[in-house]
Design a protein around this ligand. Structure first.
Ligand code: B12
Ligand code: SF4
Length: 516
């Protein structure tokens, strides 16, 4: 049987990283079947085009995975494929949280022939075999013989043969910039961000988060060897193809077991498997100096920290009072001393937020070493404790917001400000954080650091701006470059000076921009 795994596009960003679920399920597919992958972010298709592809390729089963945010689009695609007579199985967080919706058991239209609940590592082979026999069941749940939920142990973990895939479609460098960057060597004309999970689960249970409910509070890890081997293969492949590979450890909280994280990082260093990497780690776990030393030594570059708010009352409301705003500065300084950037994430529209929250937050952010702040509004995802609380108190304004998704539109009214005010605050926070003036100030504040460190920080700022302000076309990029011309001019002038100096020392040496 030919199987298509499809991930709908998010409508906001280009694809900058493969979605792991597709590659993982492909690796777990029983022999004798062929699996094709389409990520709509890299290869946008409308319903008609997708159906035509499915028919031309003689696909026998389509698997669709989506977060809540993309589910309406996923349903539309599924409807079109089913109308053409091809069965659809859906999986991922959203259908796990509200399976009746996909199956049409809530009075609405049916969108899927079958749903895979929760982690599908162990149910996927059965789904494939049932579909091949034409005997798909409606629900596949990961349970043992007694009907008790069973979580995959992640040991063994399948080899994902990244090096055999054509990853061109996930290149982070926009096409028009590639030939320019090629001239500088070092493989920077082609950068691939590769997702690796080293473990699953987080027991913290923050009120808005689906992770504790989905992956559970049972934390499981792959063996260090399996992670290190995957990194060694990626490193070899990147070197052979003159590309850069960056790893995103997509674990929900990469240091949830500090002892294990340290042991993994030590093994990465011992094997020489270092590649620049990023991961999500909560601020409380970054108090550990030895952990931060190991992050730096293993080439950790960017740490995503869910700070959420600078207001302790807000943090208590969402069950995240293990976050201590008073220690944010110390945590960020600890990282910055080792040239590690922080991606600091904030939520607006929490119950204690009032107008002015953006200015108050920005004042703090600007007092810290420069990082990459991101801002979102509080979103009640189905099946989270937050959703239940807002539903019970009658505060959901759009209880099924996902069926009418629009970026940055809220689904409930915050307590102390309006939806419109929250939106204004978000807009202000994004505009000020990535304005040309702010970019210049951020770079000036690290003027004593090496040029490559500053250059990468600047490029990251340009990319991060695109999370809120779409910049998917060449002209949008050119405008952005023009607005930041002063900073660019300064960096280029300095770079040319360093280049001339290096040429004087070694007349024939190629220039390579190196990440430290
Ligand atoms: C990586 C990641 C991202 C990446 C996504 C890009 C990419 N290419 O991967 C980035 C950083 C961009 C991102 C952004 C966001 N994310 Co995110 N992200 C994750 C994260 C950390 C890992 C996803 C992953 O790969 N997991 C590992 C794989 C193996 O697990 P999985 O995807 O769940 O797949 C398994 C099963 O679900 C199932 N399955 C999945 N799909 C399918 C399909 C079929 C057919 C079948 C049979 C089975 C199946 O099988 C897999 C193996 O068991 C998850 C948390 C998590 N641990 O999953 C959050 C998560 C998915 N993100 C979440 C959210 C909310 C967001 C944002 C909306 C946050 C925000 N406020 O901006 C944005 C939206 C982005 C956008 N524009 O679309 C939520 C989703 C909740 C929900 N109900 O939708 C999660 C669960 C985190 C959370 N805190 O709750 N995210
Ligand atoms: S620490 Fe992160 S992953 Fe864990 S429950 Fe809280 S938000 Fe979710």
């Amino acid at each position: 049987m030919k199987i298509l795994l499809y991930n709908p596009d998010n409508g906001v960003t280009r694809n900058f990283m493969p979605h792991l679920w597709m590659f993982l399920l492909k690796a777990l597919t029983p022999a004798g079947h062929e699996v094709l992958l389409i990520d709509g972010n890299a290869r946008p298709m409308n319903e008609e085009e997708l159906v035509r592809y499915v028919i031309e390729q003689k696909i026998g089963l389509v698997g669709i995975g989506a977060m809540t945010r993309m589910i309406a689009r996923a349903y539309r695609m599924a409807d079109a494929i089913r109308a053409a007579g091809v069965p659809v199985v859906m999986g991922g967080p959203h259908v796990t949280e509200v399976p009746d919706e996909a199956l049409g058991r809530d009075g609405g239209k049916r969108h899927a022939d079958a749903v895979a609940l929760g982690e599908a590592d162990e149910t996927w082979p059965t789904i494939v075999e049932d579909a091949a026999k034409g005997q798909l069941k409606e629900i596949y749940a990961p349970v043992d013989e007694t009907g008790k939920e069973r979580k995959p142990s992640l040991q063994p973990y399948p080899d994902i043969p990244w090096e055999t895939y054509d990853l061109k479609q996930f290149d982070m460098i926009p096409k028009f910039a590639r030939s320019l960057l090629k001239r500088y060597g070092g493989g920077w004309q082609s950068i691939h961000l590769i997702p690796i999970e080293s473990g699953r689960g987080c027991p913290y249970g923050c009120e808005f988060c689906t992770v504790t409910g989905f992956f559970g509070d049972s934390i499981r890890f792959r063996s260090n060897k399996s992670v290190v081997d995957e990194m060694l293969r990626l490193k070899r492949h990147a070197r052979e193809n003159r590309q850069q590979a960056i790893i995103f450890f997509i674990d929900d909280n990469f240091a949830i077991n500090i002892k294990r994280t340290k042991s993994l990082l030590r093994d990465i260093i011992a094997a020489g498997a270092q590649l620049p990497w990023t991961a999500q780690i909560s601020a409380n776990l970054l108090r550990d100096e030895e952990l931060v030393d190991l992050i730096a030594a293993s080439d950790g570059k960017w740490i995503f920290i869910g700070m959420e708010s600078i207001d302790t009352a807000n943090l208590a409301d969402v069950n995240k009072n293990f976050n201590k705003p008073a220690e944010y500065a110390a945590v960020l300084n600890r990282l910055a001393e080792r040239n590690i950037y922080a991606i600091t994430s904030f939520i607006f529209g929490l119950d204690n937020d009032t107008p002015g929250v953006a200015a108050r937050t920005l004042e703090q952010v600007e007092s810290w070493p420069p990082g990459l702040p991101v801002f979102g509004q509080l979103t009640p995802f189905p099946s989270t404790p937050l959703y239940k609380r807002l539903e019970t108190s009658g505060r959901l304004t759009r209880p099924k917001h996902w069926l009418d998704f629009a970026p940055y539109q809220m689904a409930h009214t915050p307590l102390k400000m309006t939806i419109a005010e929250t939106h204004k605050e978000l807009n202000l926070a994004w505009t000020n954080s990535y304005s040309p003036e702010r970019n210049k100030k951020a770079l000036d504040s690290i003027g004593d650091r090496r040029l490559d460190y500053r250059l990468i920080h600047f490029v990251m700022r340009l990319f991060f701006r695109g999370i809120y302000f779409p910049q998917m076309t060449k002209s949008a990029w050119l405008k952005l470059i023009a607005a930041n011309r002063r900073t660019i001019y300064k960096l280029v002038r300095e770079g040319a000076g360093e280049w001339r100096k290096s040429r004087r020392k070694k007349p024939d040496a190629p220039v390579s921009i190196r990440v430290q």
